[in-house]
Write a protein that binds this ligand. Sequence first.
Ligand SMILES: [Ca+2]
Ligand SMILES: [Ca+2]
Ligand SMILES: [Ca+2]
Ligand SMILES: [Ca+2]
Length: 459
Amino acid sequence: MGPRTRSWARRAPALLALVATGFALSGCAFQRPEDPVVLTGSELPRLIGAPPGKILAYRYIQDQWQQVPVQVDERAVIDFGTVYDDDPYGVQVLTYTDPGTFVGPDPDPTLDGNDEVALMGIDSWSRAPAGAHPPNVVAGSGEELRIHDATGDPIDTYVYLYRQTGNLDPGAGRSYVDYDFGLLSGDYKGTYRLNDGPNPEDSTVTTSFYSRHFSDRWTGDGLRITAPGASGVDILDRHKNLFAPGFCDRSEDTFNDAEGAFIVNKSGPVRAIRSYIGANSGPLTGRQHVFYERREEITTFLRVHAIPAVMDFFDYSPAASGMTYRSDADGDGATIDGIPDQVDAGEIGWETVDGAQGGLSIVHRISTDVPGLDWTSYHLDDSTPSGPSQTQCTGDAFAYGSSGPWINEGIPNTDPRSTPFYSLTDRRTLFYELPGKPDGPRRSAQVDSPLQVSVAPHD
Ligand SMILES: [Ca+2]
Ligand SMILES: [Ca+2]
Ligand SMILES: [Ca+2]
Ligand SMILES: [Ca+2]
């Protein structure tokens, strides 16, 4: 019995269980169906120079090659002025490109070192024997990706990338996520009000596990969990941003109302990307959403002069009533019902909300080089908010389970156009779950320990 056969024999029960139940009961990457594998072109030397549409992914399963979805997202170093169709600002960033925005296409239309290649860990399987390759691929182009889950099963899984000689769809005829950027004014480059919003949208993201809605650049105002067993009602009033509770001079509405621009809007097959900049006197302050089938990563890049504080929170809708809110600062939990609760605050690493409406796990990570920056969390559940600190600046008149990180002290300059400047990014990773299944500690581990990939030539 050779090593490969032995490896297969060890794996077989897990694989059979997977096939039989459709659930990830065992077997490393299969335990993490939420999680992607993302590589840069520089990690895939045999594919450098290939047109993105020619890159295919395969898994090797029961001695057969099976195509699985893969996506190339091109990136380039651009000047922020380009995003605004303006002269250079002298500040550059490596970001996704988009022919549909003023960022434009990547100057190198092939896979180059800073482009990204994304696929899903669950699409990996067993190791292919040396010499085996799928039909219609360029000789010497195969890259073997070995995927390791440091949080789970020690048995690794494999997926293969090739440059094709044919014209197969890199999505393998599937799409895990559908993003419809619906700018109401019309074509983005022809109609977007770059200097003075608002710019109303009816934009949606839909997967088999959730849907999201956006009605302007900074206004995320819809969230339905459609995982098996979830009711699918819209539990979100608003994703909100303020300096302080009830202080309405700055909010996601005022951000929308000033200058701003999109960097990228891109849809599937593996993931969708929505990224933009412009928040009042922070025209380079931006937010990037990356949507996968069961997971969404929201990264907010603070790039603004010194500000007194900032909050980033979800205000749920009355339809979230009955759900249980928890965080790692308050494990007892509180019912979202518009009736005030005592909830402990702190530097929350995760929050969960759970009920018949579905499950949502949210992992928070703030990274900054601001020395000694302290922060806490915010919570307000009150259907009849009153007093200046409970003024609802945006959205409906109610606070249902309003919650999220609150940097409640001054933040020095983070605008790279003036020096010195600090960096501060806030990443909120959402996992869309079956009712009863949110798991803050588990999801935190997934965020902190991504699926590990090692690449080797496969001939
Ligand atoms: Ca590039
Ligand atoms: Ca490129
Ligand atoms: Ca309550
Ligand atoms: Ca509200």
